[in-house]
Design a protein around this ligand. Structure first.
Ligand code: FRU
Length: 458
């Protein structure tokens, strides 16, 4: 079990995918998720459940929603949570594939104790405009109204986001196609929220082979979105409702998908995502010898700054840091050796640097910055091909970099989270960090997350 994480959410067996039903309810944070508790593959889906009082220490609650009704017999698919009249309502997609024919239904389950769930049945059936690729309801309240966005495919084979509304969060009606894609054949896991006064639509465009009805590739994106203008009919500009225009990537790295947001009691927008985009052969090899596969990203606080959606680990995580600040001598040699790979490296004051390199875990991941080219590149060794995969992104200037490393993952936050690279890694190398090319005024801080560099035995 070399890949079991220390501070990321993962079940003890089976396969985890999308975060579902994120909510703060009755003094607890709830993270539900897509779970195959039997095998490390996608053949079965129910909702698993974690709770926490502080976003740091998590309780494992086991199964929450099982596929025990006809309309969901092939999977309790993704969905979200809403609190109404003191009751927690979970909206999700019931997937039925009997006779090889897909049928999707948006369903409701309720709970008052966060432990026992009562199924209330189907609340939205697929409107005639769409195929049965109609899933992942995300609900929210806006004044006296309730809204639900759903990932969809139009009958013409193009991806879209559908909008339903309700006055009581029980009886729902299809309103309109909120936005459409010309490039992509499907959209999964939409989410809409406001942060720092800006409306944001999150969505996962997906290429599908509509002939064979199979998924080809997908990623997570967002765009600035004037929801009220569109719903009130004030904005009819098709570019605004076009999911291909103004689309930005949520993550610059390798493993990030199906993000979902919720609001914390103090009003912060918090996001979790599934930290995987592994291909089948990568998944197989990664899971070998392990009892489970896949984990969530760290919980991240969202903000909107200078036209960008920014993500940073929640401030609660800072409390968990046990600080080991690198001394001058270590700085000069540029090599920091930790006994474990559970650490956070923070670099600040980077604006005068021209070109440098950070090698993590003995070159398992390599970050490079070149000021003249305005480029940050991250390479990660691929465990199947044994070659480096590389991702690059353009930045106008560089100020800060934060790298959160766990046993088998790395999340790199550039410029206070305006660009993020998320990735899993497959290594037994300990936390060797080599920094080369830095100038004097850059501040490097290492935070050992397991306590003074000591390996903790489980
Ligand atoms: C996204 C997704 C969702 C679906 C779920 C099934 O990863 O395909 O669209 O509800 O996973 O597990």
């Amino acid at each position: 079990m070399i890949k079991r994480q220390k501070y990321h959410l993962e079940p003890d067996r089976g396969l985890l995918n999308d975060p579902n039903g994120l909510v703060f309810y009755k003094d607890m944070y709830h993270v539900f998720f897509q779970w195959n508790r039997f095998e490390k593959n996608h053949s079965y889906k129910e909702w698993g459940h974690f709770t926490s009082k502080d976003l740091l220490h998590w309780n494992w609650e086991g199964s929450a929603l099982l596929p025990d009704q006809f309309y969901e017999q092939n999977g309790v698919y993704s969905g979200s949570a809403l609190i109404k009249d003191g009751q927690l309502r979970l909206f999700y997609t019931g997937n039925n594939k009997s006779g090889g024919v897909r049928k999707s239904s948006q369903c409701l389950a309720v709970t008052e104790d966060g432990k026992t769930f009562q199924k209330k049945g189907i609340v939205v059936s697929t409107p005639t405009e769409f195929t049965e690729h109609f899933r992942d309801p995300k609900v929210w309240q806006d004044g006296d109204d309730y809204y639900m966005v759903i990932g969809a495919q139009m009958k013409n084979g193009r991806g879209s986001v559908a909008l339903c509304s309700s006055k009581d969060a029980e009886n729902w009606k299809f309103e309109l196609v909120l936005a459409k894609s010309k490039e992509y054949e499907m959209v999964e896991c939409p989410d809409y929220f406001q942060v720092d006064g800006q409306g944001i639509l999150l969505y996962c465009p997906q290429h599908r082979d509509n002939e064979s009805d199979s998924s080809l590739c997908s990623f997570s994106a967002y765009k600035e979105f004037d929801f009220n203008g569109i719903v009130s009919g004030k904005i009819e500009d098709s570019n605004v409702q076009n999911l291909d225009e103004g689309r930005k990537k949520m993550d610059q790295g390798f493993d990030f998908y199906a993000p979902q947001t919720f609001t914390s009691p103090d009003g912060r927008k918090i996001l979790f995502a599934w930290m995987s985009r592994m291909k089948e052969e990568e998944e197989k090899l990664f899971g070998e010898g392990e009892s489970s596969i896949h984990c969530m990203t760290l919980p991240r606080e969202l903000s909107y700054r200078n036209g960008e959606l920014c993500q940073l680990p929640v401030r609660e995580l800072e409390k968990s840091l046990c600080i080991h600040k690198i001394s001058g001598q270590e700085r000069q040699s540029g090599e920091i050796i930790l006994k474990n790979r559970v650490y956070c490296a923070k670099l600040s004051n980077l604006q005068n640097e021209t070109s440098f390199k950070i090698e993590f875990q003995n070159r398992e991941v390599i970050l490079e910055y070149k000021k003249v080219e305005k480029i940050i590149s991250v390479k990660r060794k691929n465990w199947v091909t044994k070659e480096y995969d590389e991702r690059t992104c353009k930045i106008d200037s560089l100020e800060t970099i934060e790298c959160w490393s766990d046993i088998s993952s790395m999340e790199i936050f550039v410029n206070q989270g305006s660009k993020v690279f998320s990735m899993r890694m497959f290594t037994e190398e300990n936390g060797k960090v080599k920094i080369s090319g830095l100038m004097k005024e850059t501040v490097v801080e290492m935070y050992d997350l397991m306590g003074e560099g000591e390996e903790k035995n489980e």
